[in-house]
Design a protein around this ligand. Structure first.
Ligand code: FAD
Ligand code: DHB
Length: 390
């Protein structure tokens, strides 16, 4: 197979890239190791920044998002049995977030690409990228029990945190900066109306909990757990009892419902620098991982490919490669801002094993400050809705 841009991975990064390139007449092929049903059902993130929503709407894939997405103008921080509202829109000149499941974004993009004649190969797992030294990249992939090849001008590795794109770069050409957090999240999807209108991030003696939602009838909730926990050690009764305890506040009642989905997500930070090697570009989780507390993973992925698409369009149009050469530096400014924000939110909202009463009191002081100072609240709000310039 032959194409202009070979894209590995049909997650948000790969699909948005393919969509943006097609709008400028650039051909791509997306290789995805899973089947279509699997990627359309995979439950993950749910918070879209203002900039992500604007991009999806402006490029013609925002119709259902506009109808079904839940626009939120604030979030709640809850601690010491009290609720504090961070007025996102008021503090950011009217910007907001939209709650819309990642798998819905993925569904909309797949439908749009296929309707436009785009090529997405499902159950096609990339195994390696060759020809990088000769500037003639070839993605080797397995499909239907056979090894095949995709020849292209450039490769975009949008294959997530365990992809093969990054591994195709020679050791020594990139550096990895990372840290792990001694906590994880157990996330559930429950068939019950949300018990809150806005997202609740709660810090309690027992640890962190988050109440989010997907629709007027589906709730998405998370509880802090241990990184080595197994979902089996979290039967439904334990999940609900921890959620009740950690979200407790006078006058608040948490409604329970059947649990449709349950999974554990580790909390870690990783940045790959640079995010490119010759004609191979890394985007999204393939290049960086953030802990979920800041709700940034998907948004950062979309920002990378927005920059990459502009650079590729310029290269194909004029032969100029300065934008492509500057791709990594252009992305990394936001990547590190978001890393800091996600790290800060994670530190502020979790209890860590073995920490002292001093740490707990510092955290409460930080929370009180964020909720009482307009300047501190604005810091949280402008990062949460997504900074316009970084
Ligand atoms: P992905 O969405 O991971 O897409 C990569 C795609 O590449 C996948 O479809 C994968 O199947 C495919 N692929 C991988 N290897 C190959 C290969 N060799 N060949 C072909 N295809 C391949 N963020 C939040 O903000 N909040 C959350 O609650 C949250 N929960 C998460 C839960 C989990 C389990 C995970 C893994 C991530 C979560 N995230 C969350 C992060 C967020 O979902 C990601 O940042 C986002 O998916 C990044 O998009 P992406 O396109 O870069 O990568
Ligand atoms: C959701 C996920 C997050 O990581 C977060 O910070 C807020 C909301 C969600 O899945 O709805």
């Amino acid at each position: 197979m032959l194409t202009q841009v070979g894209i590995v991975g049909a997650g948000p990064a790969g699909l948005v890239l393919s969509h943006l390139l097609a709008r400028d007449g650039i051909e791509s092929v997306v290789l995805e190791s899973r089947d279509r049903d699997y990627v359309e059902r995979r439950v993950r993130a749910g918070v879209l920044e203002q900039g992500t929503v604007d991009l999806l709407k402006a490029t013609g894939v925002g119709a259902r998002l506009e109808r079904e997405g839940l626009v939120h103008h604030g979030i709640e921080l809850r601690f010491e049995g009290q609720a504090h509202r961070i007025a996102l829109s008021e503090l950011t000149g009217g910007r907001a977030i939209t709650v819309y499941g990642q798998q819905e974004v993925v569904k909309d993009l797949i439908a749009a690409r296929l309707a436009a004649g785009g090529r997405i190969e499902f159950e096609a797992a990339a195994v390696g990228v060759d020809g990088l030294e000769e500037d003639a990249p070839v993605v080797r992939y397995r499909q239907g029990g056979q090894e095949r090849q995709l020849r292209c001008d450039v490769v975009a590795a949008c294959d997530g945190s365990h992809g093969v794109g990054r591994e195709s770069i020679p050791a020594g050409a990139i550096a990895l900066y990372e840290t792990e957090y001694p906590v994880a999240w157990l996330g559930i999807l429950a068939k019950v109306a949300p018990s809150t209108e806005e997202l609740i991030y709660s810090y309690s003696q027992g640890g962190f909990a988050l109440h989010s939602m997907r629709s007027p009838t589906i709730s998405r909730l998370y509880v802090q757990c241990r990184p080595d926990d197994d979902p089996a050690s979290w039967p439904d009764e334990r999940v609900w009892s921890e959620l009740h305890a950690r979200l407790a506040m006078p006058g608040f009642a948490l409604a329970e419902g059947p649990i449709l989905e349950k999974g554990i997500t580790a909390m870690r930070s990783l940045v790959v620098e640079p995010m490119q090697y010759r004609r191979l570009y890394l985007a999204g989780d393939a290049a960086h991982i953030v802990p979920a507390t800041g709700a940034k993973g998907l948004n950062l992925a979309v920002n990378d490919v927005r920059i990459l698409a502009d650079a590729l369009v310029e290269w194909y149009r004029s032969g100029r490669d300065d934008l492509l050469r500057g791709y990594s530096a252009a992305c990394l400014r936001r990547v590190w801002r978001v890393q800091h924000f996600s790290w800060w939110m994670t530190q502020m909202l979790h209890r860590f094993e073995g920490e002292s009463e001093f740490d707990h009191r510092l955290r409460l002081s930080q929370l009180r400050y964020v909720c009482s100072s307009r300047a501190a609240a604005t810091t949280l709000a402008e990062n949460y809705v997504g900074l316009e310039t970084v």
